[in-house]
Structures are given as C-alpha cells and as structure tokens.
Design a binder for this molecule. Sequence first.
Ligand code: ZN
Length: 140
Amino acid sequence: MSSKVSKIQHLGVAVSSIEDALNFWREGMGLELGAVEVVEDQGVKVALLPIGESRIELLEPTGDETPVGKFIAKRGQGIHHICVEVDDVAAKLEELKTRGVRLIDEQPRIGAAGALVAFIHPANTGGVLIELTQKGTGSH
Ligand code: ZN
C-alpha cells in the first residue's frame, strides 16, 4: 500500500548551542520559539520554531557520543535532516523496503512530542538523511 506524502514537516539543523542559534533564528529572523524538549534516547535537545506550515528544528546534542554530537564533530553544524510528513509511516517503510531503500528504522518509533517517526539512511537518498513523520501524530 502506498502512503501519501503531504509536505516538508520540518528541517532539522544541528547546532552546538540552541541558545546561540536563537540569536539568528529568533532575534534575527523573528521566528517564535515553540516547544523545547530533550529526547533522551536520541541524546538530543530539540527546539521547534514554526515557519509557515513548516518548522525549523534545532538539534543540540546532550553529549559528544550522541548521533548529533558525532554529526557535528564530523561535518560541523548545519542541515541535519529533512522531515517529510506521510499518512502512514509503517506503510511507507514497507514500500521503501521493497524498493531496496536502506532504512535506519525498520519500524516507526516515538520521536519528539510523541510523533510517530522513522529515519531513512542517506545511502539511497542522495546523501540526505530523511525523517518520516506520520500526519496527525505528536502534539505539535
Ligand atoms: Zn526531525
């Protein structure tokens, strides 16, 4: 079964410090700071700034050995992932799997704000880490 893709839900940006990044995104660009939350199992502090129908998601690692900590050590701060909203994450994962796309998460899991999410490996996406999120899940 095919799952409909509706929009870019957010852009994930890896930063060393959310506070420093807010100088640009909040003070400079005039965006409002929405929810801030620590996602323990990913070792990351997340700040969401709504921008139109989408969001900028600032990702600050809670330590050097976390996925985002390693990303910054290797590639520096910058765009970390693009999050695409779909009707059904599990169905989309199945569809991609049958097409031979390499997945990081074989099953949907709970991400920031309780949303159902899954990550696709950059190997088959032109080098871009893609997050899928399920429409209507999560509190923001
Ligand atoms: Zn994200």
